[in-house]
Design a binder for this molecule. Structure first.
Ligand code: SF4
Length: 201
């Protein structure tokens, strides 16, 4: 069913081993591992669309600051909360295509909601880290994260889908950095053709 990726088992084993040295992953399953940031504090306190729509955009922006694009995100959070109340009885849809109809929600966010929110493991969330690393490793040749997601879902064995995002995001934040990767510290260097890497440390 899937084309094979050379050394994929070794790459996953090495990245999992390395991951314990990194900080908490972006999406954690354990409450004690959730990072203590204003954005997370906001999500915990205002955890229903009913609570969110009572806040002004300005208030939301001040609560989630300094997250990137906080003003735009505040606007989207309020808009989406209102849509959830108007169209979905306050629930987050569990259909991928329906999630994509929410304003500001693309394939990355929709797949994160499906996998980590609804526990429906039929998607590989792909952000810039996953996109860059999959291309450097030569697993895919793609122009953007959406194309990478489509290609990875055809070639990565399903047993790795759940772990791939967490592993690659942590790996991208710590070693395989977007601008200048730390190839000299990389546990998977012997399996990496460094495709497209112009400068590394
Ligand atoms: S060898 Fe360099 S480019 Fe390849 S995965 Fe490791 S850090 Fe990234």
């Amino acid at each position: 069913m899937t084309a094979s990726i050379p050394h994929i088992d070794a790459v996953f084993r090495l990245l999992k081993k390395q991951m314990v040295e990194y900080e908490s992953p972006i999406v954690s399953q354990k409450k004690q591992d959730i990072p203590d940031t204003p954005f997370v504090t906001f999500l915990i306190k205002y955890n229903t669309p009913e609570k969110v729509v009572k806040l002004s955009e300005q208030k939301i922006a001040s609560l989630i600051y300094p997250v990137g694009f906080y003003k735009t995100k505040a606007k989207r959070i309020k808009e989406i909360s209102q849509t959830l109340l108007d169209k979905y009885q306050g629930k987050v849809p569990d259909q991928f295509e329906e999630l994509l109809t929410l304003k500001g929600v693309g394939k990355k966010t929709a797949s994160i909601v499906m996998v980590y929110g609804h526990k429906i493991y039929d998607f590989i969330p792909v952000d810039v880290h996953v996109h860059v690393i999959a291309n450097r490793l030569g697993w895919v040749k793609s122009k953007n994260p959406d194309e990478t997601m489509e290609k990875l879902m055809k070639i990565v064995p399903k047993r790795y889908w759940y772990d791939l995002n967490n592993l690659f995001v942590s790996f991208g934040q710590n070693i395989c950095k977007t601008i200048s990767p730390w190839c000299s510290k990389c546990p998977t260097e012997s399996y990496c053709p460094k495709i497209g890497v112009l400068r590394y440390r």
